[in-house]
Write a protein that binds this ligand. Structure first.
Ligand SMILES: [Zn+2]
Length: 263
């Protein structure tokens, strides 16, 4: 009987601690989001940020070439070229998305260039019907077939990195003719990939990189992950072990996590 009671108390305490650590501060989608965009949580614990970062910055849907050693990201200011196209003119809207990233994650040192040939990220706006042909032209028929069969993508990003994890070039296709929600979701989602968060996580309820979700804005959570990726202490090529050792300090210094209320 005594044993049973103390066990019950233990469970109660555990539930309280979990509640104190869980994502909180729910807010509606910010201005500019599409009609019906989901609300977001605005406060996260350090473990919640760690978990998302480790899953989303390592791995990808399709890997071609040598297995990368560790983290991928640009190691210099990023210039992006937006090439308009398709039946709905969304060039200005796409530039606004780029400006949003540039303003909210200053370490990207992100700017728009008119010169697609020399850009670090080549982003093209296209209609859905031209998607497969555009992929074939950019990556060849074989890669396109494998990729389409495996992932049935609506938009896509390819990230080329060197052996040390530094991204050399990203290519992104965003669909413009399937409504505001598809466009904005693709635009924000694919740019996260282009910057180096190349994986998905269908079990993470906060990220845009969960393919079960349609978000269409830069959430506080994804902004935090990208801010971590581009902190000077987080370097291309770092292994998961190195990231695990470094990240808690960076999260703390940047004040990205809600303080642990048990302390
Ligand atoms: Zn994706």
């Amino acid at each position: 009987m005594v044993m049973k009671q103390s066990y019950a108390v233990f469970v109660f305490v555990t539930v309280l601690s979990t509640a104190a650590l869980a994502a909180s501060g729910k807010q509606p989608a910010p201005p500019g989001a599409f009609e019906g965009a989901p609300p977001q949580y605005t406060r996260f614990s350090a473990p919640e940020l760690m978990r998302g970062f480790l899953v989303l910055s390592f791995g990808s849907d399709l890997l071609i070439g040598a297995k990368p050693r560790g983290l991928r990201r640009f190691n210099h200011p990023i210039r992006i070229a937006v090439t308009g196209g398709g039946s709905v003119d969304r060039t200005e809207a796409m530039r606004n998305v780029v400006a949003d990233y540039a303003a909210k994650v200053s370490n990207l040192h992100l700017s728009i260039t008119p010169d697609a040939a020399s850009a670090d990220i080549a982003l093209r706006l296209i209609d859905e019907k031209d998607f497969t042909a555009a992929l074939q032209a950019a990556f060849g028929a074989k890669v396109t077939k494998t990729f389409v069969r495996r992932t049935n993508p609506q938009c896509m990003t390819s990230v080329k990195s060197d052996a040390d994890g530094a991204i050399v070039h990203s290519v992104t296709f965003v669909i413009v003719d399937k409504g505001d929600d598809v466009f904005l979701d693709c635009a924000y989602h694919e740019l996260l990939h282009a910057f180096g968060l190349s994986n998905h996580d269908q079990h993470n309820p906060w990220t845009t990189l969960n393919q079960q979700r349609r978000v269409g804005y830069l959430s506080i959570y994804d902004r935090a992950l990208l801010t971590l990726l581009y902190d000077p202490r987080i370097q291309p090529g770092m292994t998961a072990k190195q990231v695990r050792a470094t990240l808690p300090r960076v999260i703390q210094d940047l004040g990205l996590a809600t303080p642990d209320q048990r302390k």
